[in-house]
Design a protein. Structure first.
Lengths: 524, 437
């Protein structure tokens, strides 16, 4: 049997791990790095680059390099998130035929799953090189707050990359798995604070003798380390304008250089108090070339980003409430994601929980390690690990007056079954429409529609008399089926909600074929 | 065939402990005692045949003898059960009535009342041991054992004592999860056992969820105690076990539903009450329209309150009268201003609220002719007037005149004839008939 790999598909960096003889290995890429930038580029001469190679040329090819495509996955073009991405990134984002967001680089249009697939394929290649055998299956992690469409698109991306995705696991949960497996026999409640490049997640979990129960999870899919970088860039832009009177915002190359410098300065400030940002020849005008040379202190950085950090703590509080635990109940706090290296973040988390965060895990690799362990526990007979995962968002149906009746609350352990009785709103009404929704708003319109169906043949009666039982079943793979039954007549209708991404099956198949053509062309 | 039917009817029967009977005072062997403990006033006979530790014929014999001896009585079937029976009868008798209804508008399901909540587990048929699948026979047996006990009380499902603390409950849940979570058997050929494992886990999860939350746990346990046995004045500790699977299921669902809906409903009920009180005070001071609006809101917020519903028709009738009076007055005002079109509109609307006013309909018919020569509209009003007061020759004459104007002579003649039958000397009718020729 071939091996199953665990992939942490990050907004900015990705990582792959595999279990061999009971030992987890984080697989280094050919450059020796254990993480690979989630970047894809097409060069001026039409060459396709992924990972470090793509990152290296990003400065000179800002419009041909895609970063953070994860922010577009499973999103509608009209969503706020896509609007924000259009504002933030230099590459062109267009509306796709399914109202999805697509990216145009090198004269070609790419769907978001395709872009993620380029990264996944690279991670698969890295693993195959290391293992010396083909890899066909993977467990992939996503932010805890990803909705159904985003999860499905990630699965589609796996399919395009030639991987069967056995399970989508939440990033903080994967981190807890990795942590839990390193401490067998302990009963603990842990909080996983995951601040990555693009997203923030918090999960509260309980570990006991190999069973990992997710108590609650919450997050913000648009808050991460890149927001730190952006604050620094804004600061540098303002500083340069004050000093030299030149606005660099319109200059894509200067912006990319600033972004790089900001990220580096941010990382350096985690270990040093002061850094010097040096960007020679950043601009030029009639009087000759201009250089940016500016001191940045840790204190300055902390002033720039402290509100982002306090925002994460609000989400933490929400999650603690959902989990019904108090800070004193938390035995361990685990930090995940590169951004948690920032001393301000560590300090804020320590203050919030009243204890120093756990130092034993590598925040960049722990998620991939957990994914690999979950993959192993699924396919092997090994009985050491069981993950009791939860649904990230509430499920229910639309009711009279545009309300949303939740049947399965978020953070419910799966598999689960929940039912509720509904009735009619008009006299002699013989049919009800069941609209299956996902989300947290009490208003139906604010939630995502997963599917709908009509139950006919309800016995004619005064309104409020018929009893229609609606039940939700959610299996361990997160697949939801909904049935409605008239208790009087026994008539029943049901649907299995097929999570739909932004691509149809045909489109996925076509992309896979195109890609094969492209690979053949490469070899010739 | 007939015998079979009556037998089935008997077995659909629901039994209850007769009032005053002290179950614990009866001399019964454990199997019979267990059976009696399951008689709770809502479990049907045929279910009793399946849950007892006795063969079906033995269950029948015991139940029949207890019925004879007056230990048990036939219980009134629960309202839900009878409603259900009525519903199925109706649908059997009028199967054709479903068809035209399909075209009716489809409304979204309304939020239900908080109490009747059910989420019945699918009937689970246990598969036989199958040595060919990827589960060893011992494990299959373990799963079957667990599945057979899914109807037990929650703490029994978890295998802990009734007073076990949260930590013990969790430990048990985790340990059982390790055996029963579907992920344990990922990609293994579990045959028919796959579905059983999933049902087992869902039930296990439910037991854990209800027992680990102090509020639901309290409700589950205290209400289990208030079983049908307690009604029969013998609330002993032993009788706490008497609650049946069905009763407990209803309870559980009520508990979980209440947990999520209670707060919302309380808030809604409070609002409804405020509206209703406001409505009643408006009614008392003859502000009919205001009263109707407020009571309507009260019902919208608390559709279950029968007091509001009972009061509503009175309030609404008054409000309608008020509204019609007001509209007629406005219509007459418009007439004085010679704004005939506006007057017609006012009269037409007034007719909605006072549909039994033949004279109003008659006036509207005449106005419709006068204003726009709208024969169709005029005909409808006139026909309405005739329908309300078939004995009025004047209304029939108006209707006949409209028919005549529309060229429908046969209809016109019919109406004139009718008018003459009412009053043989009616000049208008005679004149009209002559005009037709």
């Amino acid at each position: 049997m071939s091996r199953v790999i665990g992939i942490d598909l990050g907004t900015t960096n990705s990582c792959v791990a595999v279990v061999e003889n009971g030992q987890v290995t984080v697989v280094p890429n050919s450059g020796g790095y254990k993480t690979t930038p989630s970047m894809f580029a097409i060069t001026q001469d039409g060459k396709r680059l992924v990972g470090h190679l793509a990152k290296r040329q990003a400065i000179t090819n800002a419009r041909g390099t895609v970063t953070a495509s994860k922010r577009l996955i499973g999103r509608r073009f009209d969503s706020d998130e896509v609007a924000k991405s259009i504002e933030l990134y230099p590459y062109e984002i267009v509306r796709g035929p399914n109202d999805d967001a697509r990216v145009v680089i090198g004269g070609k249009t790419f769907t978001a799953p395709e872009l993620s697939a380029t990264v996944l394929r690279e991670m698969r290649r890295v693993a195959e090189e290391y293992l010396g055998e083909p890899v066909k299956e993977a467990v992939i992690t996503v932010p805890a707050y990803f909705n159904d469409a985003q999860r499905q698109c990630t699965k589609d991306a796996g399919k395009i990359a030639g991987l069967e995705v056995l399970r989508i696991v939440n990033e903080p949960t994967a981190a807890a798995i990795a942590y839990g497996m390193s401490r067998p026999g302990k009963d603990e409640k842990v909080a996983v604070y995951d601040l990555g490049g693009g997203t923030f997640d918090i999960s509260i979990l309980e570990l006991s003798d190999g069973v990992i129960e997710v108590l609650a999870t919450a997050g913000d899919t648009f808050l991460g380390g890149e927001d730190f970088d952006r604050r620094i860039v804004t600061h540098l832009l303002a500083w340069f304008r004050d000093q030299e009177g030149i606005d660099l915002r319109g200059d894509a190359m200067a912006m990319q250089r600033l972004k790089d410098a900001a990220e580096k300065a941010k990382c350096d400030l985690s270990s040093r108090e002061t850094v010097e940002v040096n960007l020679p020849f950043i601009a030029s005008d009639a009087s000759g070339p201009r250089h940016l040379s500016c001191q940045l202190t840790r204190e300055q950085l902390e002033q720039l980003v402290h509100d982002i950090v306090s925002q994460t703590l609000k989400t933490v509080e929400q999650c603690m409430l959902d989990a019904n635990v108090k800070t004193k109940d938390i035995d361990q706090v685990i930090l995940v994601g590169g951004q948690t290296r920032t001393p301000l973040v560590q300090q804020a988390v320590a203050d919030h929980f009243g204890k120093r965060p756990h130092k034993g895990v590598n925040p960049d690799e722990v998620v991939a390690v957990g994914a690999a362990l979950q993959a192993e526990s699924l396919v092997s007979d090994d009985q050491n690990l069981l993950l009791l995962d939860v649904t990230p968002l509430s499920l229910g149906i639309a009711t009279f007056g545009g309300h949303f009746a939740k049947l399965i609350e978020r953070n419910t352990t799966v598999p689960a079954r929940k039912g509720h009785i509904f009735t009619t709103t008009r006299d002699n009404q013989t049919a009800v429409k069941i609209r299956v929704l996902q989300g947290e708003s009490d208003l139906a319109v604010d939630n995502d529609l997963l599917g709908e169906f009509v139950l006919n043949g309800i016995r004619q009666a005064r309104k409020g008399e018929p009893e229609v039982e609606v039940s939700f079943d959610i299996d361990a793979n997160g697949i939801v089926s909904v049935s409605a039954r008239d208790l009087a007549t026994g008539k029943e209708q049901s649907i299995t909600v097929n999570a739909t991404g932004t691509l149809t099956d045909d489109e996925i198949q076509r992309i896979i074929r195109d890609q094969e053509l492209y690979e053949v062309a490469l070899k010739e | 065939m007939r015998v079979g039917e009556t037998l089935d009817n008997a077995h659909a029967q629901v039994l209850a402990l007769a009032p005053g009977v002290v179950a614990t005072a009866l001399a019964l062997d454990p199997a019979a005692g267990f059976l009696l403990s399951r008689v709770d006033g809502c479990t049907p006979w045929k279910t009793l045949r399946q849950i007892g530790a006795l063969p079906a014929h033995e269950v029948d014999r015991l139940l029949e003898s207890w019925l004879r001896d007056g230990v048990l009585i036939a219980a009134a079937p629960s309202t839900a059960a009878s409603a259900r029976a009525a519903k199925s009868v109706a649908s059997e008798q009028q199967p054709a009535s479903e068809k035209p209804e399909a075209a009716k508008p489809v409304a979204e399901a309304a939020l239900p009342p908080p109490q009747p909540i059910l989420a019945k587990p699918r009937p689970l048929t246990l598969p036989p041991i199958d040595p060919s699948i990827d589960l060893d026979v011992e494990l299959q047996r373990e799963i079957l054992d667990f599945a057979a006990g899914l109807g037990r009380r929650y703490h029994e499902i978890l295998g802990v004592t009734a007073d076990a603390d949260a930590r013990v409950v969790k430990k048990a849940y985790f340990a059982l999860s390790k055996r029963l979570h579907p992920d344990r058997y990922f990609r293994r050929n579990t045959g028919a056992f796959g579905a059983v494992i999933e049902v087992c886990f869902k039930r296990l999860l439910e037991a854990y969820e209800l027992l680990s939350d102090p509020t639901t746990r309290k409700e589950v346990q205290s209400s289990e105690f208030v079983s049908q046995f307690a009604v029969g004045d013998c609330a002993t500790a032993a009788s706490a076990r008497a609650s049946s699977i069905d009763a407990r299921r209803r309870l559980r669902e009520r508990v979980s539903a209440m947990a999520s809906h209670t707060r919302m409903h309380r808030e809604r009920r409070r609002k409804a009450k405020t509206f209703f009180e406001h409505g009643m005070s408006s009614f008392a001071s003859s502000r009919w329209l205001e009263a109707a609006g407020a009571v309507r809101l009260a019902i919208a917020f608390d559709p279950e309150n029968s007091a509001y519903r009972e009061e509503f028709p009175n309030v609404q009738r008054k409000a309608h009268e008020e509204r019609a009076k007001h509209l007629v007055k406005q219509g007459e005002g418009a007439l004085e201003m010679r704004d005939y079109a506006a007057a017609l509109d006012q009269f037409e609307e007034a007719l909605h609220f006072r549909p039994g006013d033949a004279e109003l309909a008659h006036r509207a018919a005449k106005l419709a002719l006068q204003v726009s020569n709208d024969l169709k509209r005029a005909k409808e009003f006139a026909a309405q007037a005739v329908e309300i007061e078939p004995g009025s020759a004047a209304y029939r004459n108006t209707l006949a005149g409209i028919y005549a104007a529309a060229g429908l002579t046969a209809n016109a003649k019919r109406e004139y004839d009718a008018a003459l039958r009412i009053d043989p000397n009616d000049k208008d009718a005679k004149l009209g008939l002559r005009g037709l020729r």
